[in-house]
Design a protein around this ligand. Structure first.
Ligand code: DHB
Length: 302
């Protein structure tokens, strides 16, 4: 029997597969549906203090090797989101509440409210690449990361994950700042800043011009970031970026991830991707004589 259970510090997961923030996670119905598949946890859409409509359309396009989006953090605001969280029956898995704020105080308020709604962990979005005043704009300063994580740690008792951006010079420095602030895990990576120009109209296609690139093309970037972060810190890493098949999961785990998130993979394969990944990972482990997924974490470093 192959064991897929994994632990992100003290958050136990029945397997390493987590729904990434930003896809099928705006309402309770779709998150419940994902938890009925073989996902061990779901991350909510990033929620801020107030309702936002996000950027104008077009906000999303499919490119040859990946997906480009600039949604602009659309969300109903934290006070309206409690009812959605409470509707999810989480007997099937864990709920990770994603929050974004523009300063320490906003993160404190959001984290306390999310905890009161009953989420099992928090993901601090310090990495959205295209929203003024949020995400990456504050998530590239190690001191700011440290201050936010420290404050949230004092406000709540649930585990805190910090999602970082690859659009920086030194992601390891940021991961260390989060670890020193008391983070329980690092989530790497968010989308890669990118653009598509329509050569007929001679204009960028996204209304916001610049967006975040995800999907198959960014997997090697994610793997490199997870590999380097693993050597820099001691807390667990959740790998994300370009996973569509079991071998991709194995690769992230060998690079140092204790679990993985899947977002764009749902666009390519549908929500059955979680069951597919589970079957493919079990098959690979059986063929390669591994009984426990934990034995594979970071083996590429040995
Ligand atoms: C959005 C994009 C991100 O990459 C992210 O981390 C959060 C939000 C967005 O455009 O809504």
């Amino acid at each position: 029997m192959v064991s897929l259970t994994t632990c992100i510090n003290n958050l136990e997961l029945k397997n390493p597969f987590i729904l990434a923030s930003g896809i099928m996670d705006e309402d309770a119905g779709s998150m419940k549906r994902i938890l009925q598949e073989d996902a061990a946890a779901v991350v909510t859409k990033s929620i801020g203090l107030h309702e936002r409509n996000g950027h104008s359309n077009p906000t999303f396009l499919e490119l040859e090797h990946g997906l480009l989006n600039a949604m602009g953090l659309p969300n109903p605001g934290i006070d309206s989101y409690g009812s959605e969280i409470k509707k999810i029956n989480n007997d099937n898995g864990k709920i990770i509440g994603s929050i974004f704020g523009s300063n320490v105080e906003e993160f404190e308020i959001l984290s306390e409210k999310m905890q009161n709604y009953g989420v099992n962990a928090l993901e601090l979005n310090l990495s959205c690449p295209h929203a003024k005043g949020y995400g990456l704009e504050i998530g590239q300063d190690p001191e700011e990361i440290n201050k936010i994580v420290r404050a949230v740690k004092q406000s709540v008792s649930i585990p805190i994950f910090v999602k970082l951006s690859p659009n920086v010079n030194d992601i390891c420095m940021l991961a260390k700042a989060a670890e020193q602030g008391g983070a329980d895990a690092i989530v790497a990576i968010n989308t890669v800043k990118a653009m598509k120009i329509d050569i007929e109209t001679k204009r960028p296609i996204l209304a916001n011009k610049i967006g975040g690139y995800s999907g198959k093309a960014i997997k090697p970037i994610g793997i490199r970031n997870v590999y380097e972060i693993f050597e820099a810190i001691k807390i667990p890493i959740i790998g994300v970026g370009g996973i569509t098949k079991g071998e991709d999961v194995i690769e992230y785990i060998m690079a140092g991830a204790s679990a993985v998130q899947v977002g764009s993979g749902i666009y390519y394969n549908g929500i059955q991707i979680f069951t597919q990944l589970k079957e493919q990972v079990i098959k690979w482990m059986t063929q390669n004589n591994y009984q426990n997924i934990k034995e594979l974490i970071g083996v590429a470093h040995k």
